[in-house]
Design a protein around this ligand. Structure first.
Ligand code: 3PG
Length: 406
Protein backbone atom coordinates (compact mmCIF):
# COMPACT_ATOMS: atom_id res chain seq x y z
CA UNK A 1 0.00 0.00 0.00
CA UNK A 2 1.08 3.48 -0.60
CA UNK A 3 2.24 5.60 2.26
CA UNK A 4 1.25 8.97 0.92
CA UNK A 5 -1.31 11.38 2.33
CA UNK A 6 -4.59 11.82 0.47
CA UNK A 7 -7.39 14.37 0.24
CA UNK A 8 -8.75 12.90 3.48
CA UNK A 9 -5.76 14.43 5.28
CA UNK A 10 -6.02 17.99 3.90
CA UNK A 11 -6.53 20.84 6.37
CA UNK A 12 -9.88 22.70 6.12
CA UNK A 13 -10.35 25.81 3.96
CA UNK A 14 -7.05 25.43 2.16
CA UNK A 15 -5.72 27.11 -0.95
CA UNK A 16 -4.62 24.11 -2.95
CA UNK A 17 -2.35 23.78 -5.98
CA UNK A 18 -3.39 20.67 -7.93
CA UNK A 19 -1.33 19.05 -10.67
CA UNK A 20 -3.56 17.28 -13.21
CA UNK A 21 -2.67 15.46 -16.42
CA UNK A 22 -4.98 16.80 -19.11
CA UNK A 23 -2.57 16.00 -21.95
CA UNK A 24 -5.01 15.07 -24.72
CA UNK A 25 -5.30 14.40 -28.43
CA UNK A 26 -5.63 17.73 -30.29
CA UNK A 27 -7.73 17.98 -33.45
CA UNK A 28 -7.93 21.24 -35.43
CA UNK A 29 -6.25 22.96 -32.50
CA UNK A 30 -8.90 21.79 -30.01
CA UNK A 31 -8.44 19.29 -27.19
CA UNK A 32 -10.61 16.20 -27.50
CA UNK A 33 -12.58 15.08 -24.47
CA UNK A 34 -11.33 11.83 -22.95
CA UNK A 35 -11.15 9.84 -19.71
CA UNK A 36 -8.51 12.12 -18.22
CA UNK A 37 -10.98 15.02 -17.91
CA UNK A 38 -13.68 12.86 -16.37
CA UNK A 39 -11.30 11.26 -13.86
CA UNK A 40 -9.54 14.46 -12.74
CA UNK A 41 -12.90 16.25 -12.52
CA UNK A 42 -13.78 13.95 -9.60
CA UNK A 43 -10.71 15.10 -7.64
CA UNK A 44 -11.27 18.77 -8.44
CA UNK A 45 -14.99 18.57 -7.65
CA UNK A 46 -14.29 16.95 -4.30
CA UNK A 47 -11.85 19.75 -3.43
CA UNK A 48 -14.21 22.50 -4.55
CA UNK A 49 -17.20 20.98 -2.76
CA UNK A 50 -15.14 20.80 0.43
CA UNK A 51 -14.73 24.59 0.17
CA UNK A 52 -11.05 24.75 -0.82
CA UNK A 53 -9.72 27.36 -3.25
CA UNK A 54 -8.37 25.31 -6.16
CA UNK A 55 -5.74 26.30 -8.74
CA UNK A 56 -4.81 23.61 -11.27
CA UNK A 57 -1.61 23.06 -13.24
CA UNK A 58 -1.38 20.81 -16.29
CA UNK A 59 0.62 20.40 -19.50
CA UNK A 60 -0.29 19.82 -23.13
CA UNK A 61 2.11 18.42 -25.73
CA UNK A 62 5.78 19.21 -25.97
CA UNK A 63 7.34 22.49 -27.23
CA UNK A 64 7.66 22.31 -31.00
CA UNK A 65 5.05 19.55 -31.34
CA UNK A 66 1.76 19.92 -33.21
CA UNK A 67 -0.23 19.28 -30.04
CA UNK A 68 1.55 21.96 -27.99
CA UNK A 69 -1.33 24.32 -27.24
CA UNK A 70 -2.85 26.63 -24.66
CA UNK A 71 -5.11 25.07 -22.02
CA UNK A 72 -8.05 27.43 -22.61
CA UNK A 73 -10.06 24.71 -24.36
CA UNK A 74 -9.18 22.25 -21.60
CA UNK A 75 -10.71 24.57 -18.99
CA UNK A 76 -14.08 24.45 -20.75
CA UNK A 77 -14.11 20.64 -20.98
CA UNK A 78 -13.02 20.30 -17.36
CA UNK A 79 -15.81 22.68 -16.29
CA UNK A 80 -18.41 20.51 -18.09
CA UNK A 81 -17.22 17.43 -16.21
CA UNK A 82 -17.03 19.16 -12.84
CA UNK A 83 -20.38 20.88 -13.21
CA UNK A 84 -19.02 24.25 -12.07
CA UNK A 85 -17.07 27.13 -13.62
CA UNK A 86 -13.36 26.76 -14.21
CA UNK A 87 -11.57 30.09 -14.58
CA UNK A 88 -8.62 30.24 -16.97
CA UNK A 89 -5.65 32.62 -17.19
CA UNK A 90 -3.17 32.52 -20.07
CA UNK A 91 -0.34 32.73 -17.57
CA UNK A 92 1.31 30.16 -15.28
CA UNK A 93 3.21 32.11 -12.62
CA UNK A 94 3.34 35.73 -13.79
CA UNK A 95 1.40 38.68 -12.33
CA UNK A 96 -1.85 37.66 -13.99
CA UNK A 97 -1.67 34.15 -12.56
CA UNK A 98 -0.75 35.39 -9.08
CA UNK A 99 -3.66 37.89 -9.10
CA UNK A 100 -6.12 35.19 -10.19
CA UNK A 101 -4.93 32.83 -7.46
CA UNK A 102 -5.19 35.54 -4.83
CA UNK A 103 -8.73 36.35 -5.97
CA UNK A 104 -9.98 32.75 -5.56
CA UNK A 105 -12.94 32.36 -3.21
CA UNK A 106 -13.90 29.17 -1.35
CA UNK A 107 -15.07 26.50 -3.81
CA UNK A 108 -13.71 28.29 -6.90
CA UNK A 109 -11.55 26.55 -9.49
CA UNK A 110 -8.87 28.06 -11.73
CA UNK A 111 -6.76 26.47 -14.46
CA UNK A 112 -3.35 28.05 -15.14
CA UNK A 113 -1.63 28.01 -18.55
CA UNK A 114 0.28 25.00 -19.97
CA UNK A 115 3.23 24.43 -17.62
CA UNK A 116 5.46 23.51 -20.57
CA UNK A 117 5.18 27.08 -21.85
CA UNK A 118 7.48 28.05 -18.94
CA UNK A 119 11.21 27.52 -19.33
CA UNK A 120 11.40 26.36 -15.71
CA UNK A 121 9.11 23.34 -16.18
CA UNK A 122 11.40 21.41 -18.57
CA UNK A 123 13.99 19.87 -18.76
CA UNK A 124 14.18 17.11 -16.19
CA UNK A 125 16.26 17.91 -13.10
CA UNK A 126 16.50 16.96 -9.45
CA UNK A 127 13.63 17.93 -7.12
CA UNK A 128 16.00 20.32 -5.33
CA UNK A 129 16.85 22.14 -8.55
CA UNK A 130 13.21 22.28 -9.58
CA UNK A 131 12.13 23.55 -6.15
CA UNK A 132 14.60 26.38 -6.61
CA UNK A 133 13.11 27.64 -9.90
CA UNK A 134 11.27 30.95 -10.11
CA UNK A 135 8.15 28.99 -11.11
CA UNK A 136 8.05 27.08 -7.80
CA UNK A 137 9.39 29.93 -5.66
CA UNK A 138 6.69 32.29 -6.97
CA UNK A 139 3.69 30.00 -6.64
CA UNK A 140 4.45 27.95 -3.51
CA UNK A 141 3.96 30.79 -0.97
CA UNK A 142 0.42 31.34 -2.31
CA UNK A 143 -0.72 27.84 -1.30
CA UNK A 144 -1.32 25.79 1.84
CA UNK A 145 -1.02 22.44 0.10
CA UNK A 146 0.05 20.72 -3.13
CA UNK A 147 -2.04 17.85 -4.52
CA UNK A 148 -0.56 15.64 -7.23
CA UNK A 149 -3.25 13.85 -9.22
CA UNK A 150 -1.08 13.38 -12.33
CA UNK A 151 -0.03 9.74 -11.93
CA UNK A 152 0.30 9.49 -15.71
CA UNK A 153 3.02 12.17 -15.71
CA UNK A 154 4.71 10.98 -12.50
CA UNK A 155 7.68 9.56 -14.41
CA UNK A 156 8.74 13.08 -15.41
CA UNK A 157 11.07 15.15 -13.22
CA UNK A 158 9.47 18.45 -14.16
CA UNK A 159 9.04 21.45 -11.84
CA UNK A 160 5.27 21.09 -11.43
CA UNK A 161 5.69 17.43 -10.49
CA UNK A 162 8.81 17.25 -8.32
CA UNK A 163 9.50 20.86 -7.24
CA UNK A 164 6.38 21.64 -5.22
CA UNK A 165 6.32 18.55 -2.97
CA UNK A 166 9.67 19.66 -1.53
CA UNK A 167 8.33 23.02 -0.38
CA UNK A 168 4.61 22.41 0.31
CA UNK A 169 2.84 19.65 2.25
CA UNK A 170 2.01 17.18 -0.54
CA UNK A 171 -1.03 14.95 -0.98
CA UNK A 172 -2.18 12.39 -3.55
CA UNK A 173 -5.37 13.14 -5.47
CA UNK A 174 -7.99 10.45 -6.12
CA UNK A 175 -6.64 9.60 -9.59
CA UNK A 176 -3.11 9.30 -8.22
CA UNK A 177 -4.41 6.98 -5.49
CA UNK A 178 -6.43 4.66 -7.71
CA UNK A 179 -3.84 4.49 -10.49
CA UNK A 180 -1.10 3.72 -8.00
CA UNK A 181 -3.07 0.94 -6.32
CA UNK A 182 -4.08 -0.80 -9.55
CA UNK A 183 -0.92 -0.36 -11.58
CA UNK A 184 1.45 -1.58 -8.89
CA UNK A 185 -0.79 -4.57 -8.10
CA UNK A 186 1.30 -6.78 -10.34
CA UNK A 187 4.29 -6.26 -8.06
CA UNK A 188 2.43 -6.08 -4.74
CA UNK A 189 -0.45 -8.52 -4.89
CA UNK A 190 -0.47 -12.26 -4.44
CA UNK A 191 -2.77 -13.98 -6.92
CA UNK A 192 -4.05 -17.51 -6.33
CA UNK A 193 -4.35 -18.48 -9.98
CA UNK A 194 -2.59 -17.68 -13.25
CA UNK A 195 -1.54 -14.12 -14.03
CA UNK A 196 -1.91 -13.28 -17.72
CA UNK A 197 -0.71 -10.29 -19.68
CA UNK A 198 -2.12 -9.33 -23.07
CA UNK A 199 0.59 -7.60 -25.07
CA UNK A 200 0.05 -5.70 -28.31
CA UNK A 201 -0.01 -2.22 -29.79
CA UNK A 202 2.57 -0.59 -32.02
CA UNK A 203 5.20 0.37 -29.44
CA UNK A 204 6.86 -3.03 -29.37
CA UNK A 205 10.00 -1.79 -27.62
CA UNK A 206 7.97 -0.77 -24.55
CA UNK A 207 6.06 -4.01 -24.20
CA UNK A 208 9.05 -6.24 -24.89
CA UNK A 209 10.81 -4.39 -22.04
CA UNK A 210 7.83 -5.17 -19.83
CA UNK A 211 7.95 -8.87 -20.78
CA UNK A 212 11.65 -8.95 -20.03
CA UNK A 213 11.19 -7.31 -16.62
CA UNK A 214 8.25 -9.47 -15.61
CA UNK A 215 10.04 -12.80 -15.67
CA UNK A 216 8.60 -14.89 -12.85
CA UNK A 217 5.65 -12.56 -12.19
CA UNK A 218 3.44 -13.25 -15.19
CA UNK A 219 2.53 -16.85 -16.05
CA UNK A 220 1.67 -16.23 -19.67
CA UNK A 221 1.74 -13.54 -22.29
CA UNK A 222 -0.85 -13.48 -25.09
CA UNK A 223 0.64 -11.63 -28.02
CA UNK A 224 -0.64 -9.58 -30.91
CA UNK A 225 0.13 -6.28 -32.61
CA UNK A 226 3.66 -5.38 -33.63
CA UNK A 227 5.34 -7.27 -30.75
CA UNK A 228 3.31 -10.35 -31.70
CA UNK A 229 4.66 -10.26 -35.25
CA UNK A 230 8.22 -9.71 -34.02
CA UNK A 231 7.95 -12.83 -31.84
CA UNK A 232 6.59 -14.78 -34.82
CA UNK A 233 9.59 -13.56 -36.82
CA UNK A 234 11.92 -14.80 -34.06
CA UNK A 235 10.09 -18.14 -34.20
CA UNK A 236 11.03 -18.41 -37.88
CA UNK A 237 7.95 -17.08 -39.68
CA UNK A 238 8.35 -14.59 -42.55
CA UNK A 239 6.29 -11.86 -40.81
CA UNK A 240 7.27 -9.04 -38.45
CA UNK A 241 8.91 -7.10 -41.26
CA UNK A 242 8.06 -3.91 -43.09
CA UNK A 243 6.41 -3.95 -46.49
CA UNK A 244 7.28 -1.08 -48.80
CA UNK A 245 6.34 2.28 -47.25
CA UNK A 246 5.88 0.70 -43.81
CA UNK A 247 7.88 1.81 -40.81
CA UNK A 248 6.80 -0.40 -37.90
CA UNK A 249 8.81 -3.58 -37.75
CA UNK A 250 12.41 -3.53 -39.00
CA UNK A 251 13.67 -0.81 -36.69
CA UNK A 252 11.97 -2.31 -33.63
CA UNK A 253 13.27 -5.74 -34.67
CA UNK A 254 16.83 -4.40 -34.80
CA UNK A 255 16.44 -2.83 -31.37
CA UNK A 256 14.78 -5.81 -29.68
CA UNK A 257 15.46 -9.05 -31.49
CA UNK A 258 18.06 -10.26 -28.99
CA UNK A 259 15.67 -9.89 -26.06
CA UNK A 260 12.85 -11.43 -28.10
CA UNK A 261 15.01 -14.42 -29.01
CA UNK A 262 16.14 -14.80 -25.40
CA UNK A 263 12.58 -14.73 -24.04
CA UNK A 264 11.48 -17.22 -26.66
CA UNK A 265 14.38 -19.58 -25.90
CA UNK A 266 14.17 -19.42 -22.11
CA UNK A 267 10.46 -18.90 -21.49
CA UNK A 268 8.72 -20.41 -24.54
CA UNK A 269 5.97 -21.96 -22.41
CA UNK A 270 4.90 -18.47 -21.19
CA UNK A 271 4.62 -16.96 -24.65
CA UNK A 272 1.45 -17.55 -26.70
CA UNK A 273 1.62 -16.44 -30.31
CA UNK A 274 -1.04 -15.92 -32.93
CA UNK A 275 -1.79 -18.94 -35.09
CA UNK A 276 -3.65 -16.84 -37.64
CA UNK A 277 -3.57 -13.21 -38.74
CA UNK A 278 -6.16 -10.99 -40.42
CA UNK A 279 -5.68 -8.66 -43.38
CA UNK A 280 -7.76 -6.65 -45.86
CA UNK A 281 -8.36 -8.51 -49.13
CA UNK A 282 -8.75 -7.02 -52.63
CA UNK A 283 -12.48 -6.48 -52.04
CA UNK A 284 -11.86 -4.56 -48.84
CA UNK A 285 -13.07 -7.44 -46.65
CA UNK A 286 -11.41 -9.04 -43.66
CA UNK A 287 -9.56 -12.21 -44.63
CA UNK A 288 -7.22 -14.44 -42.63
CA UNK A 289 -4.02 -16.39 -43.16
CA UNK A 290 -2.93 -19.31 -41.00
CA UNK A 291 0.55 -18.39 -39.79
CA UNK A 292 1.83 -21.86 -40.73
CA UNK A 293 0.78 -21.24 -44.37
CA UNK A 294 2.56 -17.88 -44.79
CA UNK A 295 5.60 -18.31 -47.06
CA UNK A 296 6.15 -14.63 -47.62
CA UNK A 297 4.62 -11.49 -46.12
CA UNK A 298 2.73 -9.73 -48.90
CA UNK A 299 -0.03 -7.99 -46.95
CA UNK A 300 -0.21 -5.87 -43.82
CA UNK A 301 -1.64 -7.85 -40.91
CA UNK A 302 -4.14 -5.77 -39.00
CA UNK A 303 -5.48 -8.12 -36.36
CA UNK A 304 -4.97 -11.56 -34.89
CA UNK A 305 -7.21 -14.19 -36.49
CA UNK A 306 -10.37 -15.76 -35.09
CA UNK A 307 -8.55 -19.03 -34.29
CA UNK A 308 -6.12 -17.08 -32.13
CA UNK A 309 -8.96 -15.34 -30.28
CA UNK A 310 -10.55 -18.76 -29.62
CA UNK A 311 -7.25 -20.02 -28.23
CA UNK A 312 -6.70 -16.95 -26.02
CA UNK A 313 -10.27 -16.90 -24.66
CA UNK A 314 -10.04 -19.85 -22.21
CA UNK A 315 -6.58 -18.73 -21.06
CA UNK A 316 -8.12 -15.43 -19.97
CA UNK A 317 -11.19 -17.02 -18.41
CA UNK A 318 -9.10 -19.27 -16.15
CA UNK A 319 -6.83 -16.40 -15.03
CA UNK A 320 -6.92 -14.82 -11.62
CA UNK A 321 -5.48 -11.55 -12.92
CA UNK A 322 -5.21 -10.08 -16.41
CA UNK A 323 -3.18 -7.02 -17.35
CA UNK A 324 -3.66 -5.54 -20.82
CA UNK A 325 -1.00 -3.47 -22.51
CA UNK A 326 -1.74 -2.70 -26.12
CA UNK A 327 -4.39 -3.67 -28.64
CA UNK A 328 -4.19 -6.92 -30.63
CA UNK A 329 -5.24 -5.20 -33.83
CA UNK A 330 -6.33 -1.96 -35.46
CA UNK A 331 -9.58 -1.96 -33.49
CA UNK A 332 -10.60 1.53 -34.65
CA UNK A 333 -11.63 -0.27 -37.85
CA UNK A 334 -14.41 -2.65 -36.84
CA UNK A 335 -13.21 -5.32 -39.28
CA UNK A 336 -9.99 -5.58 -37.29
CA UNK A 337 -11.40 -5.27 -33.78
CA UNK A 338 -11.99 -9.00 -33.28
CA UNK A 339 -8.80 -9.68 -31.30
CA UNK A 340 -8.91 -6.64 -29.02
CA UNK A 341 -12.64 -6.82 -28.36
CA UNK A 342 -12.60 -10.61 -27.96
CA UNK A 343 -9.97 -10.34 -25.23
CA UNK A 344 -11.77 -7.47 -23.49
CA UNK A 345 -15.08 -9.34 -23.59
CA UNK A 346 -13.51 -12.42 -22.03
CA UNK A 347 -12.05 -10.28 -19.23
CA UNK A 348 -15.37 -8.46 -18.70
CA UNK A 349 -17.19 -11.80 -18.40
CA UNK A 350 -14.99 -13.06 -15.57
CA UNK A 351 -14.41 -11.74 -12.09
CA UNK A 352 -10.61 -11.77 -12.33
CA UNK A 353 -8.59 -8.75 -11.19
CA UNK A 354 -8.04 -6.76 -14.39
CA UNK A 355 -6.17 -3.66 -15.45
CA UNK A 356 -6.49 -2.22 -18.96
CA UNK A 357 -3.70 0.25 -19.59
CA UNK A 358 -2.90 2.92 -22.10
CA UNK A 359 -5.25 5.47 -23.62
CA UNK A 360 -5.46 3.71 -26.96
CA UNK A 361 -6.55 0.27 -25.85
CA UNK A 362 -8.99 1.62 -23.29
CA UNK A 363 -10.78 3.56 -26.05
CA UNK A 364 -11.98 0.20 -27.38
CA UNK A 365 -14.08 -0.18 -24.21
CA UNK A 366 -16.49 2.61 -25.09
CA UNK A 367 -16.20 2.17 -28.85
CA UNK A 368 -17.58 -1.35 -28.60
CA UNK A 369 -20.12 -0.80 -25.84
CA UNK A 370 -18.28 -2.60 -23.05
CA UNK A 371 -18.89 -1.49 -19.47
CA UNK A 372 -15.92 0.03 -17.69
CA UNK A 373 -17.35 -1.32 -14.42
CA UNK A 374 -16.57 -4.87 -15.62
CA UNK A 375 -12.83 -4.12 -15.29
CA UNK A 376 -11.04 -3.61 -11.97
CA UNK A 377 -9.21 -0.60 -13.38
CA UNK A 378 -8.95 1.22 -16.69
CA UNK A 379 -5.74 3.23 -16.54
CA UNK A 380 -5.30 6.68 -18.07
CA UNK A 381 -1.51 6.34 -17.94
CA UNK A 382 0.82 5.47 -20.82
CA UNK A 383 4.53 5.74 -20.02
CA UNK A 384 3.90 5.68 -16.27
CA UNK A 385 1.90 2.43 -16.60
CA UNK A 386 4.83 0.82 -18.43
CA UNK A 387 7.19 1.92 -15.68
CA UNK A 388 4.86 0.67 -12.96
CA UNK A 389 4.69 -2.73 -14.65
CA UNK A 390 8.45 -2.99 -14.88
CA UNK A 391 8.83 -1.90 -11.24
CA UNK A 392 10.69 1.29 -12.14
CA UNK A 393 10.06 4.00 -9.52
CA UNK A 394 8.05 7.11 -10.40
CA UNK A 395 9.88 10.19 -9.04
CA UNK A 396 6.72 12.22 -8.35
CA UNK A 397 5.18 9.33 -6.40
CA UNK A 398 8.36 8.88 -4.37
CA UNK A 399 8.18 12.55 -3.42
CA UNK A 400 4.60 12.18 -2.18
CA UNK A 401 5.79 9.35 0.03
CA UNK A 402 8.77 11.37 1.26
CA UNK A 403 6.50 14.32 2.01
CA UNK A 404 4.26 12.13 4.15
CA UNK A 405 7.25 10.77 6.07
CA UNK A 406 8.63 14.26 6.65
C1 3PG B 1 1.17 11.27 -21.14
O1 3PG B 1 0.33 11.75 -21.91
O2 3PG B 1 1.51 10.08 -21.17
C2 3PG B 1 1.75 12.14 -20.07
O3 3PG B 1 1.05 13.32 -20.00
C3 3PG B 1 3.22 12.39 -20.28
O4 3PG B 1 3.43 13.13 -21.44
P1 3PG B 1 4.91 13.26 -22.02
O5 3PG B 1 5.29 11.90 -22.52
O6 3PG B 1 4.85 14.30 -23.11
O7 3PG B 1 5.80 13.69 -20.88
Amino acid sequence: MSTFRTLDDLPDDATVLVRLDLNSPIEDGEPQDNRRFERHARTVRELAEAGHRVACLAHQGRPGGGDFTSLSGHAAILADHIGRDVGFVADTYGDEAVAAIEALAAGEVLLLENTRMCGDELPEASPEEKADTEFVRTLAPLFDAYVNDAYSAAHRKHASLVGFPLVLPAYAGRVMQSEYEANTAIARKEFDGPVTMVVGGTKATDVIGVMDALEGTVDRFLLGGVAGELFLRAAGHPVGRDLEGMDLFDEQWAANHEVVEEILAARADEVHLATDLAYEDADGDRAEHRVADIDEKTVAYLDVGTGTVEAYDPLIRESDAVFVKGALGVFEDERFSVGTVGVLEAIADTDCFSVVGGGDTSRAIEMYGLDEADFSHVSIAGGAYIRALTGEPLPAVELLEASAEA
